[in-house]
Design a protein around this ligand. Structure first.
Ligand SMILES: Cc1cc2nc3c(=O)[nH]c(=O)nc-3n(C[C@H](O)[C@H](O)[C@H](O)COP(=O)(O)OP(=O)(O)OC[C@H]3O[C@@H](n4cnc5c(N)ncnc54)[C@H](O)[C@@H]3O)c2cc1C
Length: 351
């Protein structure tokens, strides 16, 4: 196991900002993960687990402890007695490569999550979702190293407490920082139909003559993402982001009704979606744009993607401080104008 020092983190993230890791270790087996944890504990250094770096903002000063990249990359596939197929993948497996494999095997359940950057181990953390699917719908178990007991254990889907962009692994005061994800298993439907419930996907596939195959839905999702700069493609500068920077706010019905009425008086129709009993989900993109931040907005070396209202991008040589200035400005103006506090989606490292 190679232990490196002062390793720049910016190139290991999609946003491309931030300083170095004091120590950097890539662990390719469960034993190596434990060894790396031992290294950090022995020196009383903080530990940060890095996946594909696609949901991170790293501080300009870097991370003063051990950055551990889980490089467990094997995948197995087995038929379950109930007709499902179980894909069991190491945390370090590239997420989109796993999705491609499941689609090629004719298994439904992950096709709408095509093209999301990052690793398998990163997906349960914020219960990644897109175009009508979330990983919570198909995750069967998550194998973890519990940093309290230093034992490996397997968590069931229910134990992961998934909800919108949240789980045991990122919820404040619960399991945050307690577990290192080693493997994730997904239960998929062999021969199952693709999920086409998201309006934009339905529209894209609208002229499709027959019922689209899984591979066609995967291709459609990747194309939609590409058009929005949400697919990591070499040379696409708009993809230098951490994905959506803000979560879609979920507000009590009373807050929604009051705000919608106030905006209607100004001639604005506030869009919203159902979010469970007594709640509505508001599109953060609408709030950001109507607070005066159009797509393509520029603030020094940072900006908003010309193709996606929620993606703060690094326009070339931005620092983490540049990104934060723009983020603060957006949050403040949305709060002033609509009374809504936008919650952040990326993880902030070393701040
Ligand atoms: C262009 C673009 C598009 C995106 N589109 C979407 C989208 O459609 N939907 C969506 O939900 N997200 C989206 N994202 C965000 C991001 O891709 C996902 O959140 C992804 O799952 C993060 O995985 P990662 O491996 O890159 O994790 P990282 O960014 O490296 O880490 C994110 C968090 O997960 C933790 N983590 C990572 N691996 C492990 C592990 N093995 N054990 C414990 N903790 C771990 C880290 O400590 C950190 O807290 C997008 C990002 C970009 C840049």
């Amino acid at each position: 196991m190679l232990i490196r020092e002062q390793v720049p983190l910016a190139p290991l993230t999609t946003l491309g900002v931030g300083g170095p890791a004091r120590y950097f270790i890539e662990a390719c087996t469960e034993d190596e993960v434990l060894e790396a944890v031992g290294f950090a504990h022995a020196r009383q250094l903080p530990l940060f687990v890095l996946g594909g770096g696609s949901n991170l903002v790293v501080a300009d000063s870097g991370f003063p402890g051990v950055v551990l990249k889980v490089g467990i990359v094997d995948v197995s596939q087995a038929a379950a007695p109930d007709g499902e197929v179980i894909f069991d993948a190491g945390a370090g497996v590239d997420w989109d490569a796993l999705v491609a494999k499941t689609v090629e095997a004719g298994c439904a359940g992950l096709e709408c999550l095509s093209g999301i950057p990052g690793t398998v181990g990163g997906t349960p953390v914020q219960n990644v979702g897109a175009y009508g699917q979330e990983v919570a719908e198909t995750i069967r178990e998550v194998r973890v190293l519990d940093l309290r007991s230093l034992e490996t254990t397997t968590l069931t889907n229910a134990e992961c407490r998934f909800s919108y962009r949240s789980s045991l692994f990122n919820a404040t005061g619960r399991g945050r920082g307690r577990y290192i994800i080693l493997r994730v298993s997904f239960a998929l439907r062999h021969g199952g139909k693709p999920t086409i419930r998201y309006a934009e996907l339905q529209e894209f596939l609208g002229h499709h003559p027959a019922e689209p195959a899984l591979a066609e839905v995967r291709a459609a999702v990747r194309e939609i993402r590409h058009r929005k700069g949400m697919l990591i493609v070499l040379g696409d500068d708009d993809a230098h982001s951490a994905g959506s920077f803000f979560k879609n706010p979920i507000v009590p019905m009373s807050v929604f009704t009051e705000l919608a009425a106030r905006l209607e008086a100004r001639g604005w129709q506030l869009p919203s979606y159902p979010a469970g009993d007594g709640f509505r989900k508001l599109p953060a993109a609408w709030l950001v744009e109507h607070a005066g931040f159009p797509k393509g907005y520029i603030k020094g070396a940072a900006g908003i993607s010309p193709r996606h209202a929620l993606a703060i991008i690094n326009r070339g040589d931005a620092t983490a401080a540049d990104i934060l200035v723009l983020k603060d400005e957006i949050q403040e103006r949305v709060k002033d104008k609509f009374g809504i506090e936008l919650q952040l989606e990326p993880v902030f490292v070393g701040f």
